[in-house]
Structure formats: C-alpha cells, structure tokens
Design a binder for this molecule. Structure first.
Ligand code: SF4
Length: 523
C-alpha cells in the first residue's frame, strides 16, 4: 500500500472557525482534540494574604472588633499557661468567642463542623489566622464558663445601651419550645432506669479489667468517658422522677417517665399540636430596636409562672425596671397582674375571653343566648339580680377563690318551675337559675378597664412582631430548632450563645455597617 506523504507546508492548521468545522467532514484526517491536563501529582506553592481572605465589610471582622471591646479577663483568671513559664499557649477567649458567634450566625452549632470549616472556609481561616481549632476545645469552651458567659451577655447589653439601642420603655416576653437532644422513646419509668444504671455500673467494672493492649489508649479513653457519662446521666435521671411528679402534668395514679438521654428535658406541646422532649426558652425583647435583654430556660411547658422572673432578669442584667411589658394571653393571671402592679410595670396583655367561655358553658347547659348572664340586671342597692321575666335572684352565698370573691345569686325554685321560659333559661336545673358575680381585685379591674381602650389595644397589636422576631431568627437563621447539648444548665448556656449572637448581628446591622462605610469613604 502506498504510503502517502503530506508535505510539511501542507499540514493542516485549525486556525479559523471555518477550518475547524471542516475536520468534521473528513473524520479520518481530523487530529484528536487536546485538553488541558489535570495534574494532581504536582507540588504547588501559593502565596496567600490572610488579611485579604475576606472583604472589608465581612461580618467576621465586625464580630472580631466587637468581641475585642469586651473585658474577657474572667476567662483567663485560672489559666495555667502564663508568660515566663513552659507549656503550650492557650487559645485566646477572643478567638473562641468570635468563632462561636460567627458559627451560630451562619447556622452552625456543632464544634466538629467548626473544626472542619477552619480547614477551608475563608472567614474561619481569617478568624483563626489559618490555624485549625480542635473540636474538643470548642465544645468544652461553649459550656465550661457559665458565669463568664452570663457576664459576657450583660457586658454586650451594656455596650448596646451605651449606643442608645436599648431603652426599656417597652419590652415583650415570649416563650418558645426548642427540642431537646433526646428522642421521645428515650423516656422510661423508674424501674427501667434503675436497672439500666445497675447495668451501666457493672459494665464499668467489667471493662476496667480488660487489658489496655486490646484497644488503643485513645479509643479506650473515649469509651471510658462515654461509660462514665452514661452512669452520670442515669443518676441524674433517677433524681428527676420526684421533680417531674411535683411539677404537675402527671396524674397521681400515673408513674412519671424521664428521658435516659437527657433526663432534664420534658415532653412539651408544640405549636403544631405534637408532643416532643423540649425546653421552654423565655426571651425578653426591648421594643426600641428588637434586641434581646434577657433569656432563661425552664422545664415548665406553661408560660404562666414566667413573667415575674422575666422582669427580675431584666433588672439584674440592666439595673433598671422596664416601664411596660407586652405579653400574650399565656401570661395573663390575677397573680401576674398584681405582681406587675407591685413592680410598677405597665402590663399590656389580652383580657381573658370570659364571654366566650360563658357562651361555651351555656351551650353545654342548653341555655339560650337570650338568657345569658348579660340579660340579668344587677341592682346594687338591694344586691339582687332581676331576670328577663322580672323575677328576683337573691344572694345565696359568698366565697373566696384564689384572689377573687364569688357572689352566687339564685331564683326561687317555684318561679322557675312555673316559668314559660324555663326551657331556654335553665332547662336542666331543679332548684332554680343561678348567676355568679365575681368581685375582682382593684388591680384586675384597673387592668381590664385599660385593655378596653384603643391605645392599649394598639400597643398590643405590635407584640407579635417584636416578640416573635428573635425567636424566629434563632430557629430559622441560626438553625437552633434542636439543642446540640444536654441538661438544663448546658441548654441554658446554648440559649445565651444564640441570643448573644442575635444581639451582635443586630449591632452589625444597625451600627457597624454604617460606621464601616463612613470609615472606608474617608480612607
Ligand atoms: S327560668 Fe327562672 S330565672 Fe329564668 S327567666 Fe324564668 S323565672 Fe327568670
């Protein structure tokens, strides 16, 4: 076969688009395309300016600046690594606090996730100066310094007050349920917990006899720690049975059940109607700029007993009593109305829907609306009622219930038995129709009169936006729908971290961005 030589000058050169397309028509003659190679074996050196890893207006810079203004000496009071002595240097509290605040603001609540992000995320690399911070150090730091963390929250409130962002003219309080780090089926009765505790203690003894050569030292240490923690959890669970019973919600005949995973969590009703192991996080928000001024975690699913302690927390944090507090119906009780009066706090809250309650009672008793209580006229001079048929109801009894006095009036049995309206007024009563008149405390009457006014109702209409925004922000933006830690003390600390982060984010939005823009414009 003749070997056809192509002269050098005639070699095809794909220089124009038209010529490239022509290769497709003669596939045999077309040379193979060349691709840029992927070389993963090469050694590559790259110069990096850490300071330039993030933009000038990046929130990580704001957080670093803000934390730098705080007094963090409490964190290092017991530090063993000090200048002039040998030993590994400590991670600075400014770095660890900044890392946690930045992580929460990005919806990261896991120490391991932060450790991984330190390896490749520019903002974390900028904060750490390209170092990787160990997950254990981060995790321990989050829950180790309770007193210092509370102090940090108060310091931040002080800075925000100094900027004029907190006024305490009006605050709100709202509770939100956050899921505990425990499954619903981890709840057991006392017998099962006692057996599990006995087994866990036995396991520690048995495993202590196993030779260390069988496993690596590090793995064995981790296992020992896990077994010790299980015994501690079960011991806490045993202590929680009496507490759970005294808290109520458990019928006397029913044995309380406690979670073996997080013994201090309680089954609470959720807004969607379901029941889940949770904690109730109480958040107080200042209406001026929507900043959180106090936070507390409780094991009670009900908000009714949380209002007074909320006001006291604000007083502790800011040294001042708020002028007005706006809450929803879950906080309304006679005790709370009286307590707010004694604290000199103006309470704005919905009134109890007594008319609605009475209507549902009438329906169940078969009383028609035309013969409701409002149709009976009270005569103060004789202290009697007159019914729609003109008959008199006399005072039968007077009793004290809680902080109110209940007056009971009744019609004569003979009047009612012979009345043509009996079927509509009191179809089932055998002794004659009765009416209750409740004598309220003066504070309750005053509160009711106030809440009848349009100005008070107008204020109440602002409640949901102020009170629910931080709760929504914490759950939706920070991803704190479920706690990452266990136990009341630890979840309280995680709640403070989230609220503190929320306040710093608001400070960035309200102050830092504007100040930074002005500074950059001048530069
Ligand atoms: S039933 Fe008795 S209370 Fe009712 S309207 Fe008749 S008389 Fe009056």
């Amino acid at each position: 076969m003749e070997n056809k030589q192509i002269p050098l000058m005639e070699l095809p050169v794909a220089s124009t688009e038209a010529e490239e397309r022509s290769w497709g028509e003669d596939a045999e003659q077309a040379p193979k395309p060349r691709f840029q190679p992927v070389d993963r074996e090469q050694l590559f050196w790259r110069s990096m300016n850490v300071e330039r890893l993030i933009a000038e207006d990046h929130p990580a810079r704001a957080i670093w600046d803000f934390v730098g203004k705080l007094d963090l000496s409490g964190y290092t009071r017991h530090a063993r690594a000090v200048e002039g002595f040998a030993g590994r240097p400590l991670l600075s509290p400014q770095l660890l606090i900044s890392l946690w605040i930045y992580a929460y603001s990005r919806g990261v609540g896991s120490a391991r996730a932060i450790e991984r992000l330190c390896e490749h995320d520019p903002a974390y690399q900028w904060l750490t100066g390209m170092e990787v911070v160990n997950a254990h150090s981060l995790s321990d730091f989050r829950v180790k310094h309770e007193k210092e963390l509370k102090g940090l929250f108060v310091q931040i409130l002080g800075l925000l007050s100094a900027e004029g962002l907190i006024t305490l003219e009006r605050v709100t309080q709202d509770g939100t349920k956050i899921r505990a780090c425990a499954a619903k089926d981890s709840f057991r009765g006392k017998d099962r917990v006692e057996k599990a505790l006995e087994a866990a203690r036995q396991q520690i003894k048995v495993v202590d006899q196993v030779s260390e050569e069988e496993t690596s030292r590090r793995v064995e240490k981790a296992r020992q720690r896990a077994r010790r923690e299980r015994v501690e959890r079960l011991e806490t669970a045993l202590k929680q049975f009496d507490k759970a019973k005294s808290e109520g919600g458990v019928k006397d005949s029913k044995e309380p059940r406690v979670s073996m995973t997080d013994p201090e969590a309680r089954i609470m009703k959720q807004p969607d109607g379901g029941f889940t192991p949770s904690y109730n996080v109480q958040v107080n928000t200042d209406a001026a700029q929507g900043l959180i001024v106090a936070v507390e975690v409780t094991q009670q699913g009900n908000d009714l007993n949380q209002l007074t302690s909320g006001i006291e927390r604000i007083e502790q944090n800011l040294g001042k009593t708020p002028k007005q507090v706006v809450v929803d119906g879950g906080y309304v009780s006679r005790d709370n109305i009286v307590a707010m009066e004694s604290h000199n706090v103006d309470l704005i809250a919905p009134q109890c829907d007594e008319e609605g309650k009475a209507k549902s009672n009438y329906d169940s008793l078969g009383i028609s609306r035309e013969y409701g209580k409002s149709q009976f006229i009270h005569d103060a001079s004789t202290n009697t009622y007159r019914c729609p048929q003109g008959k008199t109801l006399h005072l039968k009894s007077k009793s004290k219930r809680d902080s109110k006095v209940v007056h009971l009036y009744g019609a004569d049995m003979t009047d009612c038995q012979s009345c043509s309206a009996k079927g509509q007024c009191c179809p089932n009563c055998k002794k004659g129709r009765t009416i209750q008149r409740i004598e309220e405390l003066p504070q309750v009457d005053k509160f009711r009169q106030k809440m009848e006014t349009e100005s008070a109702r107008e204020i109440y209409r602002t409640r949901s936006q102020i009170a629910e925004t931080p709760n929504l922000w914490i759950k939706a933006k920070f991803g704190l729908r479920c706690f990452c830690v266990r136990g009341l003390r630890n979840v309280a600390m995680e709640s403070i971290w989230a609220c503190l982060t929320y306040n710093v984010c608001q400070w960035i939005r309200l102050c830092w961005r504007k100040q930074r823009a002005v500074a950059l414009a001048i530069a």
